[in-house]
Ligand binder design. Structure first.
Ligand code: C5P
Length: 222
């Protein structure tokens, strides 16, 4: 059962994990992503009483209590599942979506013997975050993530504008954040930059869920 009702009656969509873009029946292209931060956010939102739809790429994680999970494999499937989940009050896009997919998927395992290495032809995947932000059913709050290895805050500020997100949560992935248990993030919004110290991914998730509750429940002056 939820531990608070701060997000009772609110529906929040979370994307998490990588997408897998098949090359042939045994090979794929993907970004590195354990799904841990996204799953922790889905869990924290559910603890605050939200209805949570978690659109997840392939990961080896249990579905958090009280969360509705939709498993997808490719970016195109993730885009469809996200569209189907709208309208929602807030969307938090944590997935490490592959930027490209192969133009053709071989029906048979590609053989290496006797032939030159194949040249893969790639095409761009849709930007799911940007589509949600531009949608007629735009959630009141759209949150994106930015994994950067340099000029973290500057790049994240650009990303916020370019994608039409309300907030970008930026993290420096030049260290060993990938697959690890801790994260250090900056929450970038209209109001500026809130930099959090390094902490457990669960703790990052808890703070973010509280910020989301504050944003969806504005305090009204009497
Ligand atoms: O452009 P970049 O991949 O760095 O942007 C990261 C943010 O955009 C994340 O919130 C990610 O979930 C989202 N994204 C997306 N669809 C894509 C690429 C990124 O939703 N095709």
């Amino acid at each position: 059962a939820p531990v608070s009702d701060q997000l009772a009656g609110k529906h929040v969509l979370v994307t998490a994990g990588p997408t897998h873009e098949p090359i042939d029946p045994v090979r794929y292209i993907a970004n590195r992503s354990s799904g841990k931060q996204g799953y922790a956010i889905a869990a924290a939102l559910a603890r605050l009483g939200a209805t949570v739809t978690l659109v997840s790429g392939p990961v080896a994680l249990e579905c958090p209590p009280g969360v509705d999970r939709v498993f997808v494999e490719t970016a195109l499937e993730m885009a469809e599942a996200v569209k189907a989940a709208l309208p929602v009050d807030a969307a938090v896009m944590v997935a490490a979506v592959a930027d490209w997919r192969t133009t053709e998927v071989s029906g048979e395992k590609m053989k290496k013997r006797g032939s030159a290495p194949p040249a893969l032809r790639l095409t761009e995947n849709p930007d799911i975050l940007a589509s949600v932000a531009a949608s007629a059913k735009r959630p009141k709050l759209v949150v994106g993530f930015a994994a950067e290895t340099e000029k973290v805050i500057d790049h994240a500020k650009d990303k916020r504008k370019r994608k039409g997100a309300d907030w970008i949560v930026a993290n420096d992935v030049s260290g060993d954040v990938m697959g690890g248990e801790v994260n250090a993030v900056h929450i970038i919004s209209d109001a500026g930059v809130e930099s959090l110290p390094e902490m457990a991914k669960d703790a990052v998730a808890q703070i973010l869920a509280e910020r989301i509750a504050d944003a969806l429940n504005p305090v009204t002056e009497p």
